[in-house]
Design a binder for this molecule. Structure first.
Ligand code: 9MR
Ligand code: 9MR
Length: 600
C-alpha cells in the first residue's frame, strides 16, 4: 500500500486553500517543477524556497502570465526546476508560504499502485476482503454474484417496445463502471485497453512494476503479473457479454429514427448489464435489489470486445495460451458480427444506467481492425484499417466515444507492426503531442489543454492527453513530452485554481466525497470515504446536469465548476475510464526520464 499518503484522516480537516498552487504530492528530481500563483499584480514577484532547516536554497522572480479565462485568475508562473536535490521545501511568494512539498524520485510509485488498486475495489461478483482492501472499512460483501441476466423487454423511456431475447447470459464479474453499478462494454473496453496497453508498454521496456504479488490482489501468488490479473477480471466479463452463435436480436438498424429488424446477432456484444431503475445513494453493491438486465447489443460494444480481445490474444499468447486462444476466437467472431451489423446504435432510452451512445462507429471499426492486425498480421485486417478514414488521421486523445487513438498507439508501439504502418502512426502521435504542448503555452495554469469548455470527466481528457505525451516521450526520448505529462499530473494533483487534489488520499487537499454508492461517507457515517488513488471526473462547465452543478451554472470559471460533493454526479463521480489513464500516466512517470527502447 502507498507509503507517502497524506490523507485527510491523518491530518484532520483539509487545510484552507492557498494562493500558491502546486502538485500536492511534490516533484520529480529530473522533471520540470512549476508552481502557479494567483495574484493581481502585473509585475514580477520575488520568491524564495527554503529547506527543512529554513535555509534559502533558491530564489527568483515570478513570470506574470496574465488574466486566464479558464481559471478566472490573474496568474504568475514560478519555475522551480533548479531544485533537483531530493528533500522537503516551502515556497514563499507574495507574502504567502506554501505548504511543504517534496522532491523525490519514487514520487509516483504509490500513486500508480493505488490507482491500479481502484480496479480491485470496484470489482463486481467478488467480496472485497479486508486483507486486500487496504483498510477493513473498504471491505464489503460481494455484489451481483449470481448475475444471470435476461434481456430488457417491454417499453423503454420513450414508450418504444423491445421484444427481448430467448436466452440469458451469465455475466457475473467485471468492474462496476463508476458510482453506479452498471457494467458497460463500451466504457469497459477503453478502460481495459488502457490497462492492457500499459502492460504492453512496460513489458516492451522489460519493466514489470506490477509483477505478481505487488498488487495485493486475491490472485497475487498465481505467477501472473497483477496488472494482467486485474485486466483479465474485466476481459472475462466482456467475453461473457458476447451473444452465442445463432441467436437473433430485434434491434433498430441504421441512424435514428431507425426501424426495428430481426438480425443474426451471434458474436455481437450487449451494450451493458445494469439496473432497471436508478438506485438511491447510498446502496452497497450487495444490497442492490433492482432487476439486472442485458441491454440491446450494439455495433460499438461489439467492436470494443473485438479490439480488447484481440489485444488480449497477443498479450497472453505465451502466458496462458488457452486464454489467448479464447480471446482471439471471440475477437474474430465479434469483428465478423460487427461487419454483418455495422449500424446498430445505442438508443440512450433506458433509465437506471448511463447511455454511452455513439452513432459514429468508424473509429471503433478502425480500432478493432488495428488490434486484430497487430495480433494476426492478416492482410484482411491491414486492408480494413487502410480503408478507414482514421488511418493516418490527426490524433485526438482517446475517450469512450473516440477510440481511434488507441488503434494508432497500438500500430505505433506494438512489436512486429511493419514500418509501413508504424511510422505514420508514430508521426501522427508525435504531432498530436506537439499540439498539446502548444496548448500549454496558451493556458494560464500551463496544462496541455487550452479549452474554455470543460466537459464531463475533464480530468480524464487531460490525463489521456498526458498518455499521448507519454507515448511521444517513449518514441522520441525527448524530455519536453515527459515535462508535459508532469504538467498534466501537477494540475490533477493540485496545481489548479481550487488548490484541489482531485485524487483521494493524495495531497493535502484530496478528493473526499465522490459520487459513489458505497464510498458514501458524506451521507452515512458508517460507510467509508474513497480508498486512495481514485480520481474525480473534475470540473464540468458544459453539462451541469446534477443539482449541485445546476446551482453553479453561469457563475464559475470553467476550471472552478467543481465541488467535492457526493450529489454532484456531473462533477465528482469516479469511473474506470478515468482512473485508467491516471494509472497509465502515474506508472509512466514512475521511472527516470532517460531515453528508452523504441527505435525510430
Ligand atoms: O445517482 C443519480 C440518480 O440519483 C439520478 O436519479 C439519476 C438521474 O439521471 O442520475 C444518477 O446519477 C448517475 C450516476 O449515479 C451514474 N453516472 C451517471 C449519473 C446520471 O447521468
Ligand atoms: O463519461 C460519460 C460522459 O462522457 C457523459 O457525458 C455522461 C452523460 O451521459 O456520462 C458519463 O458516463 C457515466 C455513465 O453514463 C454511467 N456511469 C458513470 C459515468 C460517469 O459519470
Amino acid at each position: 500500500m502507498p507509503i507517502l499518503l497524506v490523507t485527510a484522516a491523518s491530518i484532520g480537516a483539509a487545510p484552507p486553500p492557498s494562493a500558491i498552487h502546486l502538485n500536492q504530492i511534490g516533484f520529480l528530481p529530473d522533471a520540470s517543477k512549476r508552481a502557479i500563483v494567483a495574484d493581481a499584480s502585473t509585475t514580477p514577484l520575488p520568491w524564495q524556497v527554503r529547506d527543512v532547516d529554513d535555509v534559502v536554497v533558491a530564489t527568483g522572480e515570478t513570470v506574470p502570465v496574465g488574466d486566464d479565462a479558464a481559471s478566472g485568475d490573474h496568474v504568475h508562473l514560478v519555475d522551480l526546476s533548479r531544485l533537483t536535490e531530493p528533500g522537503a521545501y516551502r515556497l514563499s511568494v507574495a507574502g504567502e508560504t506554501s505548504r511543504p512539498f517534496v522532491v523525490r524520485a519514487d514520487l509516483y510509485a504509490p500513486l500508480a499502485a493505488a490507482a491500479l488498486h481502484y480496479f480491485y475495489q470496484t470489482r463486481a461478483g467478488i467480496a472485497i476482503e479486508p486483507r486486500y482492501a487496504g483498510e477493513p472499512r473498504w471491505a464489503r460483501p460481494a455484489g451481483h454474484v449470481k448475475e444471470i441476466a435476461p434481456c430488457f423487454s417491454g417499453a423503454d423511456e420513450r414508450g418504444v417496445p423491445w421484444v427481448g431475447c430467448d436466452y440469458r447470459l451469465d455475466v457475473a464479474g467485471g468492474w462496476y463502471d463508476a458510482g453506479d453499478h452498471g457494467k458497460y462494454v463500451v466504457n469497459g473496453g477503453i478502460a481495459l485497453w488502457t490497462l492492457q496497453n500499459l502492460y504492453e508498454r512496460e513489458a516492451r521496456a522489460n519493466r514489470f512494476p506490477f509483477a505478481d504479488g505487488r498488487g495485493n490482489l486475491p490472485e497475487s501468488g498465481n505467477g501472473v503479473d497483477d496488472l494482467l490479473d486485474e485486466a483479465r477480471w474485466e476481459m472475462r466479463f466482456l467475453l461473457a457479454m458476447q451473444i452465442p452463435d445463432g441467436a437473433r436480436a430485434t434491434v433498430p438498424v441504421g441512424a435514428a429514427p431507425a426501424a426495428f429488424r430481426t438480425i443474426d446477432a451471434g458474436g455481437m456484444a450487449h451494450q451493458k448489464v445494469a439496473d432497471r431503475r436508478w438506485t438511491a445513494l447510498p446502496t452497497r453493491p450487495a444490497d442492490d435489489r433492482e432487476d439486472r438486465l442485458l441491454y440491446p447489443p450494439t455495433t460499438a460494444a461489439t467492436l470494443n470486445l473485438a479490439a480488447t480481445a484481440a489485444q488480449c490474444a497477443r498479450i497472453w499468447r505465451t502466458i496462458d495460451p488457452g486464454f489467448s486462444a479464447t480471446c482471439l476466437d471471440s475477437a474474430r467472431r465479434a469483428y465478423a458480427a460487427a461487419q454483418r451489423a455495422p449500424q446498430v446504435y445505442a438508443t440512450n432510452s433506458f433509465t437506471g444506467s448511463g447511455g454511452y451512445g455513439d452513432d459514429d462507429v468508424s473509429d471503433e471499426f478502425y480500432w478493432a481492425a488495428t488490434e486484430l492486425y497487430a495480433t494476426t498480421h492478416e492482410p484482411l485486417f491491414a486492408a480494413a484499417l487502410r480503408r478507414s478514414p482514421w488511418h493516418v488521421a490527426a490524433v485526438r486523445a482517446p475517450d469512450w466515444g473516440h477510440v481511434a487513438a488507441a488503434g494508432t498507439i497500438t500500430l505505433a508501439t506494438v512489436a512486429g507492426v511493419p514500418a509501413s504502418e508504424a511510422t505514420p502512426a508514430r508521426r501522427a502521435l508525435i504531432a498530436a503531442a506537439d499540439g498539446f504542448l502548444a496548448e500549454e503555452a496558451r493556458s494560464g495554469y500551463r496544462i496541455p489543454y487550452a479549452t474554455l469548455d470543460y466537459p464531463w470527466g475533464s480530468n480524464a481528457v487531460i490525463l489521456n492527453r498526458a498518455m499521448i505525451l507519454g507515448v511521444a516521450q517513449r518514441l522520441t526520448g525527448t524530455a519536453r513530452y515527459r515535462d508535459g505529462m508532469v504538467d498534466a499530473m501537477d494540475y490533477v494533483l493540485g496545481r489548479n485554481p481550487l488548490d484541489q487534489s482531485y485524487v483521494s488520499g493524495f495531497g493535502a487537499r484530496p478528493l473526499t466525497n465522490p459520487h459513489h454508492r458505497f464510498w458514501a461517507h458524506q451521507l452515512d457515517a458508517t460507510l467509508p470515504g474513497p480508498p486512495p488513488g481514485v480520481v474525480s471526473g473534475g470540473p464540468n462547465s458544459t453539462a451541469m446536469a446534477d443539482p449541485i452543478a445546476a446551482k453553479m451554472k453561469g457563475s464559475c470559471a470553467p476550471q472552478r465548476c467543481w465541488t467535492d460533493d457526493i450529489r454532484a454526479y456531473a462533477l465528482n463521480e469516479v469511473a474506470i475510464n478515468w482512473n485508467a489513464p491516471l494509472l497509465w500516466v502515474a506508472s509512466a512517470l514512475d521511472q527516470p526520464g532517460a531515453r528508452t527502447t523504441h527505435r525510430r
